[in-house]
Design a protein around this ligand. Structure first.
Ligand code: SF4
Length: 463
């Protein structure tokens, strides 16, 4: 059993289940505003890139296309089988790289690079090599960089994976979701177990240093028995990391989710039981619960970094790379460095038109205040370290913690009374089932939450 889980307390999870952000950023994306323009983003890049700047870089590339629609999908994606459309998109992606790379200090090294989507492996092997080459030609990628890609085992060939290895990729994350055939049919994602096995074997043969598998709980027709079979098989594969996502049924935001019938979804109690079973199973079989849906082998660098308090969190999830400046490329991609967030347009024609006009494709963004920086730090440390050293926050930001966070500490009291948070001296620690309620605990420190929940019903439920 993992260090901190003796038993998952379902009553407490039920009590705290409510809509809330996932805190891949703070402030969260709904606060980004169109008053932040492409010109502002361009100027920020210039302001933060004198030739002597050496801060590490993290690059994200968004590949929006998919072969078919998974009904549960919550990503920014487009279905196409037209190879020319993919080719056209990649041309624009390379133009965006060519527009931004020369603005960055040549001393900066890329320590993290990620391709997400959509489905990056919907590109052909040649297209993968082509974009990979453009990236490596434009940036200084460090030899030890963490280079990761999201792969869809369906329609994937060994040559796709070879092309990724040739382009420097050393980590991959593969979608599995659930191995049960009835569940797969209900969500329009048919992926036989033999296919998952084949791709996993290829990844190992080709030397991907770290393999992650994605699962989802809360999908139609899931049962305890069926999902237990999936969990057992996943542990047999022995991936380095496992992500177990909560299916967020938000058809008012993602209309295609109406293709999933409400009556086929597991009832809230079954959903919680699926979560409890999964956590207990993984934590009894060599995995550590890192937090926010992520498990890693106890020997994996994510688990080690958490113990050493060197874990970070960004739009791609947990990371061992210290806060490198993030530059995002492609439609909908988000960049974040220093005190700004900037997000590209989510609409393909606009993305193309902006680049054709010689502009960057930024549509919204945000400039952080000093208060935002403090709160972001507190939320990040709680979500990564599962504890907070109050004195270090005071020292870093020159504040009196109890005064600044009087309201937050008041809200935290309920968590303390329920045994989810412990405050000893000047240390706030998340304990027991509190690790499953990180979002809720972080929400106590979010200055914008109340206003956001009133005006924008956009967040998924926290459990
Ligand atoms: S492959 Fe991924 S991005 Fe594409 S539809 Fe399925 S879940 Fe969405």
């Amino acid at each position: 059993m993992g260090r901190l889980f003796s038993q998952v307390d379902l009553d407490l999870l039920r009590k705290y289940d409510r809509p809330g952000p996932r805190y891949t950023s703070y402030p969260t994306a709904p606060l980004f505003s169109s008053s932040f323009s492409a010109g502002d983003y361009h100027q920020e890049i210039l302001n933060t890139n004198s030739p002597a700047v050496t801060t590490d870089l993290s690059l994200y590339f968004h590949f929006p296309f998919c072969d078919t629609l998974c009904y549960f999908c919550g990503c920014t994606m487009l279905v196409t089988r037209d190879r020319n459309r993919i080719e056209e998109y990649n041309r624009y992606l390379k133009r965006e790289i060519a527009a931004i790379a020369p603005l960055l200090s040549p001393l900066r090294r890329v320590v993290q690079l990620h391709w997400g989507g959509g489905t990056p492996t919907h590109c052909s092997p040649d297209q993968i090599r082509d974009v990979g080459l453009a990236i490596h030609s434009a940036f200084r990628v460090a030899p030890e960089a963490e280079i990761s890609v999201e792969v869809d085992p369906r329609e994937l060939t060994r040559d796709h994976l070879q092309a990724l290895r040739d382009s420097g990729f050393n980590r991959m994350s593969m979608g599995v979701q659930d191995l049960d055939e009835q569940v797969q049919r209900a969500v329009n994602r048919i992926q036989p177990e033999s296919m998952t096995t084949k791709v996993y074997m290829w990844a190992r043969e080709l030397g991907f240093g770290s393999v992650n598998m994605d699962l989802i709980y809360g999908l139609p027709f899931q049962t305890l028995q069926g999902f237990e079979r999936t969990l057992r098989k996943i542990v047999e594969y022995s991936p380095d990391r496992i992500a177990l996502f909560n299916y967020a049924h938000v058809p008012w935001l993602k209309p295609h989710q109406k293709l999933i019938r409400q009556e086929d979804l597991p009832a809230p109690d079954l959903k919680l039981a699926l979560l409890k079973m999964s956590i207990e199973y993984f934590c009894s079989n060599g995995y550590e619960y890192i937090g926010m849906d992520h498990f890693a082998k106890t020997t994996d660098e994510l688990a080690l970094a958490q113990k050493e308090k060197t874990l970070y969190r960004n739009f791609q999830g947990y990371s061992t790379k210290a806060e490198a400046d993030l530059y995002g490329f492609g439609m909908s991609a988000i960049s974040h460095f220093q005190t700004v967030y900037a997000q590209n347009t989510k609409h393909l024609p606009e993305y193309y038109a902006d680049l054709d006009a010689g502009r960057l494709a930024t549509r919204v963004g945000y400039r952080m205040t000093n208060d935002d920086l403090i709160r972001k730090h507190v939320i990040m440390r709680l979500m990564c370290d599962l504890e907070l050293d109050v004195a270090s926050v005071e020292e870093r930001f020159g504040i009196n913690f109890e005064e600044t966070f009087a309201d937050s500490l008041g809200m935290l009291r309920a968590f303390e009374e329920d045994g989810l948070v412990e405050t000893t001296g000047r240390r706030i620690q998340i304990v027991g089932s509190g690790r499953l309620l990180l979002r809720n605990i972080a929400m106590c420190f979010d200055a914008y939450l109340d206003a956001m929940l009133k005006t924008k019903p956009i967040f998924s439920r926290t459990v």
